[in-house]
Design a protein around this ligand. Structure first.
Ligand code: FAD
Length: 404
């Protein structure tokens, strides 16, 4: 501001499409950009383009509630999300960019003996796998968050499962950081470039993409389009085990520092953290019908606010400032798909449900590995496209698809 906003340098090059790339990534969200960065930095593949139909971060990457954690309990997810957590912990150094990673802790509150037992089990699984987890009793939760409604609640808080290394990261900065670092290594980031079809050779192999900015040739094409996965896959004749639903988020007016961590309500759908500006950032369940509209509806807003009021009645007088929605790529078991598709040369990264922000660095690394080596990364070996047909699902909906 002191310079009158003059002489700012571009954070990344706004590239125009070349005729051909070794790898084309469709989707300039967190996953697409992270994949491009890992391709360039880890695998030495720099003739790469990221094609984004709008502006980078205009999808879920810029719409989420910024929560990161690795408190998963099923084989397949546990190792993958911890890989991602470790990459968050070094992201700012790796990218030389301030992504405001804040390990303020994530606590899942429990409200019944059965829920406590389930959380104890999940916490034990995490600890066996070298991931931090602490089961807190009521006294410990009261000390940490004395402002919760402990006295007259319909679902009294009994304790919580805490992951201290969990927390938040600034979502826009994550997008800009990956774009900045990937662009510096030669990756072309091409905005306002919508993919409208696939080029195929006589054997059906993908040879490139048709876009709103012309035909672009590609050795391999990776899809990382989150809520648009079914639509883009359909252009290649594929039907995915994915449904698209809206998830809404909400921000209140700024209040003084209140909530020290990220907190989830175990008896309903509500989760909350407080932004550095002071706003309460919160959300809840997905809208109950399929949609590609990036906006929500009033009944879900009311339901989410009721969850917040049940935990913290004193926020009832705080005014809601903003609300928005993003399109979730809901897989049938709550876990992602990172795999080759039956179409030669076309690779899929999808099925993140409500939880793909925390996966951003891990997803980028394992997808880049698949694209570069044509083999599955060991921490993503179970995220197969055909697992629904084989019955090898990773059914972690209650955790994996938990809204945050
Ligand atoms: P996106 O940012 O959606 O990227 C996909 C991109 O593809 C978009 O930019 C889109 O414009 C582009 N695209 C689509 N079609 C085409 C096309 N034909 N051609 C070119 N480009 C195309 N996850 C968490 O872990 N923690 C949270 O707290 C959390 N909260 C959330 C709250 C909300 C309200 C929402 C909406 C999501 C939340 N998520 C959360 C989920 C997380 O944001 C997503 O799972 C994740 O961002 C998806 O990956 P992405 O960033 O690559 O997706």
């Amino acid at each position: 501001a002191f310079s009158g906003h003059k002489n700012w340098q571009r954070t990344w090059r706004d590239a125009s499409p070349k005729d051909r790339y070794d790898v084309v990534i469709i989707g300039g969200g967190g996953h697409g950009l992270a994949t491009a960065w890992f391709l360039a930095s880890e695998y030495g593949i720099r003739n790469v383009a990221v094609l984004e139909k709008g502006w980078i971060g205009s999808g879920n990457a810029g719409r989420n509630t910024t929560i990161i954690r690795s408190n998963y309990g099923l084989p397949g997810n546990t190792g993958f999300y911890e890989l991602s957590m470790k990459l968050w912990e070094r992201m700012e150094q790796d990218l030389n960019y301030n992504t405001m990673v804040s390990q303020r802790g994530v606590i899942n509150l429990y409200h019944s003996d059965a829920q406590r037992d389930a959380y104890a089990r999940r916490g034990n699984t995490m600890r066996i796998n070298g991931i931090d987890a602490e089961l807190l009793d009521l006294a410990a939760v009261k000390k940490m968050m004395p402002f919760l409604n402990f006295d007259n609640a319909r679902f009294p808080v009994q304790g919580g499962l805490l992951q201290r290394r969990g927390g938040t990261a600034r979502h826009d900065a994550v997008v800009w950081g990956y774009a900045h670092a990937a662009s510096a290594l030669g990756v072309d980031i091409i905005q306002n470039c919508e993919v409208t079809g696939f080029g195929r050779d006589a054997n059906g192999k993908v040879t490139g993409v048709e876009t709103s900015r012309g035909t672009i040739g590609a050795g391999k094409v990776g899809m990382a389009v989150a809520g648009s996965s079914s639509r883009v896959a359909a252009m290649a004749g594929l039907r995915l085990p994915i449904e698209s639903h809206v998830l809404q988020a909400f921000v209140s007016e700024a209040i003084k520092p209140l909530i020290p961590n990220v907190m989830t309500f175990g008896a309903g759908h509500f989760y909350v953290s407080q932004s550095d500006k002071g706003g309460l950032v919160f959300g809840g369940d997905i809208d109950g019908y399929n949609s590609y509209a990036q906006r929500g509806n009033m009944p879900v807003m009311e339901d989410v606010c009721e969850g917040g009021m049940a935990l913290m009645p004193m926020i009832g007088r705080v005014r809601l400032l903003r609300q928005w929605g993003g399109i979730m790529d809901m897989s049938m078991d709550g876990s992602p798909i990172i795999d080759k598709t039956p179409v030669d040369g076309l690779y899929l990264n999808a099925g993140w449900c409500y939880g793909g922000f925390k996966a951003t660095p891990g997803s980028g690394l394992v997808f880049a590995h698949l694209l570069a080596r044509d083999e599955l990364h060991k921490e993503a070996a179970r995220f197969r496209l055909d697992r629904f047909r084989r019955g090898a699902v990773i059914d972690e909906k209650g955790v994996g698809a938990q809204p945050n």
